[in-house]
Design a protein around this ligand. Structure first.
Ligand code: IMP
Length: 455
């Protein structure tokens, strides 16, 4: 039997095992809002039991803050679960990689004593690269949009995905043939230079200089580049646990978000399968992370947005890493009351099996607490979105008022420790969303969580 035949037989046996034992060891973590839900916290918790942790969408537009003891890590590209020394990390084909950022992040973790080497990290050969030309184009396009700007993170995300979709992108696998890569990167820069100078009157980039930098990255990344789909599929078939870490959130999804004020990838749960090259049969839990209120950075509709004193209260001052200021851009986030119409929508398009509610502690002392349960438009009430979340400007939120609580919840570790009004808030949220809440975070530290057991 040839090599291929042996491999196929081995995989057949593995799949047969999974079929008979019904092991479904893939968990997906997704944001249910406009990103920044505190997914890093939940990932950190769940990766204690995971063997593999993988990023499947977006790029360094994401910012995941994880606090361990007195160390706070802000990761943009590497999976947050890599902070746990027993895990193996992966960056899937659905991610666009700015090599300068990835190198910096690898070095930061290494300096903090967290080992990053090719035995612990695999980069998908099919992931696309973000180049300085993409960054320049993002900048030029946003400037040209003027008042209608999208408020992108200026990380070159849209242009990199545009290159991918137009089949002109540069992939990690291209880095393995140095001579051909040097030629294609220069051709890529020259091509985008034509748009930069011709359409936007912006400065062109130096193709040779970009190629030199990227050949350096190519050398560094070569031992890490491999087949993420094969590595994870095989691990899953052996019953190893894989945690897929979503970046951004449902409402920023290119297909299902508040288009055009969205990002250029698919943060929703099905994006994890496409972005890692995995089949459906492995999925066990799809965990939606929601803040106890709502935030958004950048432009676009936000029906429950608050301004003034209440907004400042929810946002914080910016002194703490967990205050509502962008991890990637430092921009103050827009804040508002929790929107259950949008949360129900997120439950639907992700097929959520459960929710994790973050930042419950921030609501302490607020009276009353409001949640949006429906929308009103021209005298008509909508419990669900008639045409998805695109045209949200047209709707006025319908609020339900819930009693607040004054007690400090940050020391709560059990359901019973929470004040009755906080429990009522969670129960109402569960009832309106239609899925159970399994986890509530009550502060920024690892141990500041309340886990709620199943039946
Ligand atoms: P882009 O992804 O940089 O193209 O930005 C498109 C939109 O998504 C903008 O409104 C950004 O503010 C938003 N966005 C992108 N990444 C994140 C994130 O990780 N958290 C929150 N908002 C994000």
């Amino acid at each position: 039997m040839g090599v291929k035949g042996a491999w196929q037989t081995a995989m057949h046996e593995l799949y047969f095992t999974i079929e008979t034992e019904r092991k479904m060891p893939l968990d997906v973590i997704v944001g249910t809002q406009w990103g920044d839900e505190g997914k890093g916290r939940v990932v950190d918790l769940l990766s204690a039991q995971a063997d593999f942790v993988a990023r499947y969408n977006g790029g360094d537009n994401a910012g995941h803050t994880v606090t361990v003891g007195d160390q706070t890590f802000r990761l943009h590209l590497l999976p947050s679960g890599l902070i746990h020394p027993h895990t193996t990390g992966a960056i899937g084909n659905g991610v666009v990689i700015n090599p300068a950022i990835l190198v910096r992040e690898m070095e930061t973790l290494q300096a903090a004593g967290i080992s990053i080497d090719p035995t612990r990290l695999r980069l998908s050969y099919a992931a696309h690269l973000i180049t300085p030309a993409h960054l320049a184009l993002d900048q030029a396009q946003e400037a040209a949009r003027g008042k209608g700007k999208l408020g992108t993170t200026l990380r070159g995300i849209g242009p990199a995905f545009t290159s991918k979709v137009s089949r002109q992108g540069l992939r990690l696998v291209d880095m393995l043939d140095r001579a051909a890569f040097a030629r294609s990167i220069q051709a890529h820069v020259k091509e985008i230079n034509r748009t930069l100078t011709g359409l936007f009157q912006a400065e062109p980039l130096e193709p040779q200089a970009v190629a030199e930098d990227f050949l350096g990255y190519a050398q560094l990344f070569a031992p890490y580049i491999g087949d993420v789909s094969a590595m994870l599929s095989e691990a899953l078939a052996r019953g190893r646990r894989v945690l897929a870490e979503g970046a951004q959130g449902t409402l920023l999804d290119l297909d299902h978000g508040t288009y055009p004020f969205v990002t250029s990838s698919n943060p929703t749960a099905p994006g994890a399968l496409v972005g890692l090259g995995l089949g459906f049969s492995f999925v066990e839990r799809v965990i939606g992370v929601t803040k106890a209120f709502q935030t958004r950075v950048g432009s676009g509709p936000f029906p429950t947005e608050l301004h003034g004193e209440l907004a400042n209260r929810l946002r914080g001052t910016g002194e703490n890493p967990w205050d509502e200021f962008g991890t990637t851009t430092g921009r103050p986030r827009r804040v508002g009351w929790l929107d259950l119409v949008l949360l129900r929508y997120a439950v639907r398009v992700n097929g959520l099996t459960e929710l994790a509610v973050t930042k419950l502690d921030i609501l302490s002392g607020m009276h009353p607490i409001r949640i949006c349960t429906a929308y009103r438009q021209e005298g008509r009430q909508w419990e669900d979105l008639p045409l998805g979340p695109g045209g949200l400007e047209a709707f006025e939120p319908v609020y339900e008022e819930l009693s607040g609580w004054d007690a400090d919840v940050s020391q709560s570790r059990q359901w019973e420790d929470l004040p009755a009004a906080a429990r009522a808030f969670i129960l109402r949220l569960e009832e309106l969303a239609g899925v159970p809440v399994r986890l509530v975070s009550v502060g920024p530290e690892r141990e500041q969580v309340v886990e709620i057991g199943g039946d």
